[in-house]
Structure formats: C-alpha cells, structure tokens
Design a protein around this ligand. Structure first.
Ligand code: HEM
Length: 404
C-alpha cells in the first residue's frame, strides 16, 4: 500500500526479507534440501534505482547464471531440466541463444503483426460488450490478448491455449493456493507443469522438423549454434520461457492499468481526450507502477564496491524493480499515476543490460492496442477490487470484476 512505499529504504528492505520468508513456506520445510532453507536465504536487496542500473550494467560481476536469476533460492538441479533457459545464463551462451529469436521481437517485426493484435483485441472487446454489464477482467480481457499472441508466434493451436494458461499460472504462481492447493507439493507441481509443457513442445517440434513454418518453434528447432542444434532440454526450456514470459506479465500490466484508470479518473479523462497521442506515456506509466516482475536475482562473481556498499564474491543480490520504480530520487511524486510523466526511466522491463526484456516492444504494443480498444468502445468501464496473486516474484492480479 502507499504508506509502505513512503517508508525509508532500509525498512522496506527488512519488510521484503520478511515477506520472502513468509512466501512459499514449503520451499523451506524440507531439511534435506539445504539450498531451500531459510538460513541460506541471505541476500542483498537492491531497492534504489541507481543500484539496479549499475548492477544491470555489470553482468560480469552480477551474474545470472550462477544459481539462476528467476528465484531468490538457487535453482535445484532437477528444475534446470525445464527452467534452465537463457534468462538464467550468462554470455556468451546467453547471447547465442538470445540471437536465435531476437529478430522476431524487433519493433519492425512486431509492427508486421500489428493487424493480428488489433483483430484479437477487437474480438475480446466484442465478447466483453456481449456480457452486457461486465465480467472478470483478468481472465476474460487482460489475459486473452498476450496469451493468444505468444501462442500464435510459437505455433500453438487455439485448442491448447487453456492448457498453456493453466501451466503458466502454476509456473509463476505456484506459491498461491488457487494454483497449487497444498503447499507441500509446490516443487512437484512446478516439475509436472514443466514436463507437460515439454511434451507439448516436443510434439510441435517433431512436426516442425518435417514441416517447417515461420513460427518461433521452427526457429528453435532449426537453430544452429556453432554447428550444434539445441538439445531437447534446451528447446523445451526456451519454449517454456517464451510462452510463460509472453503471457503472464503483460496480463498483469493490463489489469493493473485498468485499476489505475479507475482510481484516477482525472488521468482517464486526460487519456480519453487523445487516445492515440497519450498512449505511449500512459503505457510506460502503467508498466512503472505495475512492475509485473517484482525482481530478478544475481550472484556476485567477485568482490565489488557499488555506491558505498561492498558485495562479496558468492553473495546473492536481488534487484527490486517495483521499489526502484518508486524511487523518490528519480520519480517526482513517485506514487502518483501521471500518464504525462516525462522522462520516465522505469526499470519495469529490467535495467540496461544483456537480459533486458526481449518482449518489451511486443508488450508495449499489446498494452497500447488493448487500451485503445477499451477506451474507444467501453470508456465507462470501471474495475472493482483486485484479487492479488500470492507471490513475491510476480506482482499479479488473479481476478478483478469490471463493470460498464
Ligand atoms: C526478461 C519484464 C513482457 C519475454 C524480462 C525481465 C523483466 C521483464 C524484468 C528481466 C530483465 C533483466 O533481468 O534484466 C517484463 C514485463 C512485461 C514483459 C514487465 C510486460 C509488461 C514480455 C513478453 C515477452 C517477454 C510479452 C515475450 C516473449 C522475455 C524474455 C526475457 C525477459 C524471453 C529474458 C531475456 C534474456 O534473458 O535475455 N522481462 N516482460 N517479456 N522477457 Fe519480459
């Protein structure tokens, strides 16, 4: 809540530590798994914008590959089978893998399927209007556009969208009882979801070897890195990364944006006055405050001093994007939703470095088009109370009624 963000960074840091320890209790329950114990959890929390920029710019010191970037807990070996993707690697391997798909995510390529995004958004708003009064905004509106677009890019059929949606929810929301009811089975649920998505990609991949298309699965199947093909494990983890990153985060930005517009009618009025012209500023401001990815983790490769603090080799560092995006030293009146904020150097898509969000242009396009459709065709729409995802990693909304 707002009062929390007005507290001094040291207090926030402490609160984050407590939050993290309360989160995913099952991870800490098994005494036979030392890397999951609370004792081994210690880490530096970077909560200031300047620290996050510097850590992101220094991937040789703050590495993603040593234990993984996507969890505060070092990734267990059996998880690497499904989640050992480039986001948890360092250059040069990371760069080689990223190159296989990076061309598909450039602004020029994203522009090429602008029409598809528009058609999909229009059909979602048709369905919304057909309800006559409202629905669950998250599942019926916000989630559908990014899910459809990333599935189309990968070559996943419409009949599998629901399957992908459910597995993504488990992979990023395992700590929430709605997705994994029994806390003791979080680890097993994650592995099962990974395995099920692996089966889907192996089926698709087998087909693409025979019948290549221009989808991303074909790019992965045919990728050649220094004369070598991706192994089945690499292919599967890559596919899971793209599918999960491509649908969860943008959904949460759209839902949070809807809530921000409801809570700030002056900003909504202002956007309505010039829907296209004010979209770029509004979208950046939504991503800043939504910060759908709460943090990424790094490991220190050698002793390093940064802004007066010493980081020792082997220590863990967590980059809290949500906090940096509210840093009073960078953002005037930082809690205020201001669609005209300029400049807006938020780190919602990560800091400046090799792992900067691959899908940033795509996400911006999806958010822009979704709100354009909503503001033009259902300007009176309002969001109710959000039901938040119980997770320290993803700032997510699971359900939120909307009315019009
Ligand atoms: C990486 C945020 C949408 C694919 C990241 C990172 C963040 C992030 C914070 C890590 C950056 C770092 O470690 O420096 C977001 C947000 C999104 C979004 C807030 C929506 C509002 C997407 C979409 C895709 C995507 C639509 C499509 C596939 C990826 C991939 C990476 C990544 C593949 C890993 C890049 C690498 O390791 O080189 N994203 N993302 N993201 N994102 Fe996104």
């Amino acid at each position: 809540d707002h009062a929390f963000w007005l507290r001094p960074p040291a207090e926030r840091e402490h609160a984050f530590r407590l939050l993290r320890e309360l989160d995913k209790p099952a991870f800490f329950a098994d005494p036979e798994v030392p890397y999951m114990s609370v004792k081994g959890l210690g880490y530096h929390a970077l909560v200031r914008h300047a620290d996050i920029l510097e850590a992101s710019r220094n991937p040789e010191v703050f590495a993603s590959g040593q234990g993984g970037a996507t969890s505060i807990i070092d990734m267990p070996a059996e998880f690497a089978e499904y989640f050992g993707s480039m986001i948890n690697m360092d250059d040069p391997r990371h760069a080689r893998l990223r190159r296989i798909v990076s061309r598909a995510f450039t602004p020029k390529m994203i522009k090429q399927f602008e029409d598809d995004v528009e058609v999909a958004a229009a059909s979602i708003v048709d369905d919304l209007l057909a309800t006559g009064s409202g629905c669950d905004f998250v599942t019926e509106v916000a989630a559908r556009l990014p899910l459809k677009i990333i599935c189309d890019m990968m070559g996943i059929q419409e009949s599998d969208y629901g399957f992908v949606f459910d597995r993504s929810n488990i992979i990023l929301g395992a700590s929430d009882p709605e997705y994994v009811a029994d806390a003791e089975s979080i680890g097993a649920a994650l592995l099962t979801a990974g395995m099920e998505l692996q089966e889907l990609v192996q089926r698709l991949a087998a087909d693409r070897v025979e019948n290549p298309t221009n989808d991303l699965t074909s790019s992965l199947v045919n990728a050649n890195i220094d004369g070598e093909r991706l192994t089945a494990q690499e292919l599967g983890s890559f596919f899971i990364l793209l599918v999960v990153a491509g649908n969860e985060t943008t959904r949460n930005a759209i839902s949070y944006g809807m809530r921000l517009l409801t809570l700030n009618p002056d900003q909504k009025r202002s956007w309505l006055e010039d829907v296209d012209g004010r979209a770029p500023g509004a979208v950046e401001e939504i991503v800043r405050l939504a910060s759908p990815v709460n943090y990424m983790r790094r490991k220190v490769t050698r002793d390093h001093e940064m802004n007066g603090n010493l980081y020792r080799e082997g220590e863990k560092v967590v980059l809290y994007y949500w906090s940096a995006n509210r840093d009073e030293n960078v953002f005037d009146d930082s809690l205020r939703f201001d669609i005209a904020r300029n400049p807006n150097p938020h780190v919602g898509f990560g800091g400046p470095g090799p792992h900067f969000c691959l899908g940033a242009h795509l996400a911006r396009r999806e958010i822009t088009v979704m709100f354009r459709e909503l503001l033009r065709r259902v300007p009176q729409i309002e969001a109710g109370e959000p039901e938040r995802l119980f997770s320290s990693f993803i700032n997510g909304t699971k359900h939120m009624e909307c009315t019009f």
